[in-house]
Structures are given as C-alpha cells and as structure tokens.
Design a binder for this molecule. Sequence first.
Ligand SMILES: Nc1ncnc2c1ncn2[C@@H]1O[C@H](COP(=O)(O)OP(=O)(O)O)[C@@H](O)[C@H]1O
Ligand SMILES: [Mg+2]
Length: 314
Amino acid sequence: MSAPAGITWIAQSPASLRVLELAHKVADASTTVLITGESGTGKDQLARWIHGCGPRHDAPLLKIDCASLPSELVESELFGHEKGAFTGAVARKPGRLELADAGTIVLDEVAALAPGIQAKLLRVLEERKFERLGGNETLRMDARLIALTNTDLTKAVSEARFREDLYFRLNILSIVVPPLRDRRADIPVLAKHFLSRLGPVHGRPDATFSPAALRLLEAYDWPGNVRELKNAIEHALVFSQSPELGVENFPEIVRMSATHQTSGGPLRSLESLEREAIKATLEATHYKIGRAAEILGISRKTLLEKRKKFGLIE
Ligand SMILES: Nc1ncnc2c1ncn2[C@@H]1O[C@H](COP(=O)(O)OP(=O)(O)O)[C@@H](O)[C@H]1O
Ligand SMILES: [Mg+2]
C-alpha cells in the first residue's frame, strides 16, 4: 500500500487497520466520503491520507470548517461570489468548489451547515453544478467532497436539523473512526510515533518512555482521543529533565485516573481489567498460549479470540 508523502496513519489495532483498509479502497474513487468519529480521533488526518493516496494528490485539498465560520461566510467560501453580490463584495472571488479544481474539499463538522447551504450543497452533489453568489454563470464541480462529523448525523436527521436527502448523498461511502479507548493497541505505537516526531522539536531526540509511563498511557481513557495523547506527550517532553519520560511528567488528569485505577476505584471497566490481565500474562509467559491460558483459567481458543480482540499480538 503506497502511503502519501508525509502523511501517516499509524495503526496497530484490528479496528484501526480496518479503517486504513477502507480508506485505501475509497482513495481511488471520486465518490463522496463521510468520516464520523469523536473529536481528536483522526478524521482530518484520514481525509488528508485519502486525498494524498488517490489520483487527486497533485490537486489542492481545501478545507472549510462549517462549525466555526458564520454561515454567510461558509456559503461564500464554498461557492464564491461576484462583485457586488453583497455589501463588502468589492471584487469577484472564486469559492473553494472552484479553487479545488480536480482536488478534494473537506467539509469539517458538516452537521453544522445551515439549512439553506444544505439545500445548495445537495444540488451541487446531484448535478455537479453551481453558481457564484450573485452570479448567473453555471460552473462545474470537479472536486471530490469528504465530509467530517463528530455527531451522529442520523440523530440530526431525526431531529430535522439535517436534510435526510443530503445525508444519503454524503453517506455513500462512510468510515467510522473508533475512539482511542476502543482500540488501545494503537496507544503505544501512536505514543512512540509522536515521541519520535516531537522529541527532536523539543531538543530531545533520544527521549524514551519509562515502562510505567507506557502502562499509564495504555490504561487511560483518552476522552480527547489521539489529539489528547499527542498533547500529553508534548507536555511530558516539556516537563521532564531526564532522558526517560516518567509517569510524573504527564498531565495531572492522566496521572489521576491511574491513581483511581490502581486503588480499585470505580473508573475501570471490566474489559480493561481483562485486557490488562491477559497482556501481563502473555508477556510473563513470553506469549506461550497454552501456558498463559492455563494461568488465566481459560481455554486456548478463548485466549486466542481475546488476544485478537484486544490487539495483543506479540
Ligand atoms: N492514526 C494516526 N496516525 C498518526 N497521527 C494521527 C492519527 N490519528 C490522529 N493523528 C494526529 O492526531 C491529531 C488529531 O487528529 P485530527 O485528524 O485533527 O482529529 P479530528 O479531525 O478527528 O478531530 C492530529 O495531530 C493528527 O495528525
Ligand atoms: Mg478535525
């Protein structure tokens, strides 16, 4: 699989590898893609990966954040405008649909699109045609659209906040990026990836994690997902003096959860305890399945299934 230059999708867990496989499959098509996932799970990263991996990688990738821009601005940024289309439109300005050419347009937080723009976008997706605001000339859209959302669009549809017909148009190829806590096998590889990228930036190219720090990262729930993990590593790099990043160097919120966990507090799911027990036993037995299964009191078959589920491959 040829990865686009400079953009990596680090994956180790079966769930994350599956995301990568889907992304690879859709990269070559021109069809609209909908990427759903909590904030910080890597939706932007994946959209860039898809663009960079497909035949459009030489054309621009342009992004519009539908949640942070006022809706009039989203509309003119998307469609462009003619001179005099509204107060302040002193000259013609091409929109992203035009500027993206045969590239990719990323609509971030698509659920936040105002109803009027939803209707216009639907037409663009159906007919591949649009006009600049205040203009008569009909232009053609060549770009591919990738829509991102961190909310359940079906819920927005049922609450009449999002057009159902537009939802169907967007949801032709859909990829769900699971939260990091549901793919914990990605945590150590992502952590090492960020350390190798951020270490040199902070003048610490040789920094490593202590074994306890790695265990801490693997046990924490990461409500802010991959973004939070990346920030926590940067925090530790800034606060540590020694070459090895220890538990004490990580943000308090990450450390606090560990305190609750080791004291048997209520913040721990049975599943994460199970994963930890299986992981420790596999490591202690050097991945001898028969021996580990015996110690854990489960069958080899169950152990193999759980090992796969938790992404605990040697
Ligand atoms: N699988 C991954 N491999 C490498 N970096 C990742 C991965 N997933 C997320 N990131 C990084 O984590 C941060 C948050 O990801 P981002 O794509 O902005 O999330 P989202 O758009 O879902 O909020 C970014 O710095 C991104 O580069
Ligand atoms: Mg984002």
